[in-house]
Design a protein around this ligand. Structure first.
Ligand SMILES: Nc1nc2c(ncn2[C@@H]2O[C@H](COP(=O)(O)OP(=O)(O)OP(=O)(O)O)[C@@H](O)[C@H]2O)c(=O)[nH]1
Ligand SMILES: [Mg+2]
Length: 292
């Protein structure tokens, strides 16, 4: 049996969470078209007959401008400590830039000399021309050479959306984790606590409906869990945002509640409350409370 940790890193919005969900085969991490969706490190466990792989989804690596941003980057960096495999995810639909080079550099330095545990995934190939995919692969490889090289790094064109190329990536991760005992029981796909999962599902639905700067201003937290009664607070930064999140006649909140309930065991009663907390993104006490 081979078992180990594979941390998935990349710029915001390149599709890390989508790829982790696809590899696990279940939704363990929320996704959205907005950058900086993931705010925690989220474990997704792959069970195979020959291996157990603990994938670690991480917040996007970026240059932080808020205290929240610093926490997110800190979380991603911490998840790169002590990994067997680092999967650096790039976006096939965009040219490789300084942000991606930084991702490759951090991933490379986390897996030790010669990059024995470095895998590079070029995601969203379903939306790129093959010449573009090829260009990203070549540029990524050249960037790694400039960083000192990683002879055993391998490159995978993938699509989290269609699943194309994902099988070979998982096979390679399985081949590179060491031998050892299983960390998690067979039926477990994630170790995210239920209350956190529900708060994240609420935030995911809000992100789908949010525009402009609102996504960064939303935080969700379950404040009461008395099954089937769940109380979740939604925190925004401004009074005007509160109105947007509630919607006309409570319409938005109602839709959010319905969409989240379909993803919970039957009978859940979800009580959503919206509260304003000014500048929470800059306040360490608030960030602690949300677990960021
Ligand atoms: N066409 C296409 N879209 C994708 C693919 N993978 C992800 N996406 C889309 O890209 C957007 C970002 O996906 P996420 O999985 O949330 O990206 P992320 O890297 O986890 O983002 P952060 O958590 O914000 O760092 C979403 O709109 C996804 O639907 C893919 O393979 N093809
Ligand atoms: Mg994510």
């Amino acid at each position: 049996m081979r078992t180990g940790f594979a941390t998935v890193v990349g710029r915001p919005n390149v599709g890390k969470s989508s790829l982790v969900n696809r590899m696990v085969g279940t939704k363990v991490s929320i996704t959205s078209a907005r950058p900086n969706t993931t705010r925690h490190s989220v474990r997704g466990i792959i069970h195979r007959s020959d291996a157990q792989i603990v994938l670690v989804d991480t917040p996007g690596l970026h240059r932080p401008r808020t205290a929240l941003g610093e926490r997110l980057v800190g979380t991603a960096d911490a998840s790169l400590a002590d990994v067997d495999v680092a999967v650096a995810v790039l976006d096939a639909t965009a040219a490789i830039g300084p942000g991606d080079r930084m991702v490759l550099e951090r991933a490379l330095s986390s897996v030790g000399p010669a990059g024995a545990g470095l895998l590079v995934a070029v995601n969203k190939v379903d939306r790129a021309r093959s010449a573009e995919v090829l260009e990203r692969l070549v540029t990524a490889s050249a960037a790694i050479d400039e960083l000192g090289g990683a002879p055993s790094a391998e490159y995978f064109p993938v699509s989290a959306l269609t699943g194309e190329g994902v099988g070979p990536l998982v096979d390679e991760i399985a081949a590179r984790v060491p031998e050892g005992p299983a960390y998690y029981p067979e039926e477990m796909v994630t170790d995210t606590p239920e209350a956190l999962r529900v708060a994240e599902l609420v935030r995911e639905q809000l992100l789908r409906r949010a525009r402009d700067e609102l996504p960064h201003s939303i935080a969700c937290r379950v404040t009461e869990w008395d099954w089937p009664h769940i109380r979740c607070e939604i925190v925004v930064e401004r009074e005007s945002q509160k109105g947007i999140v509630i919607g006309r006649g409570g319409e938005v909140l109602k839709e959010v509640g319905i969409a989240v309930r379909t993803q919970l065991p039957p009978g859940a009663y979800l009580d959503l409350h919206v509260r304003v907390e000014k500048h929470w993104q800059q306040r360490p006490d608030a960030l602690d409370r949300f677990g960021y």
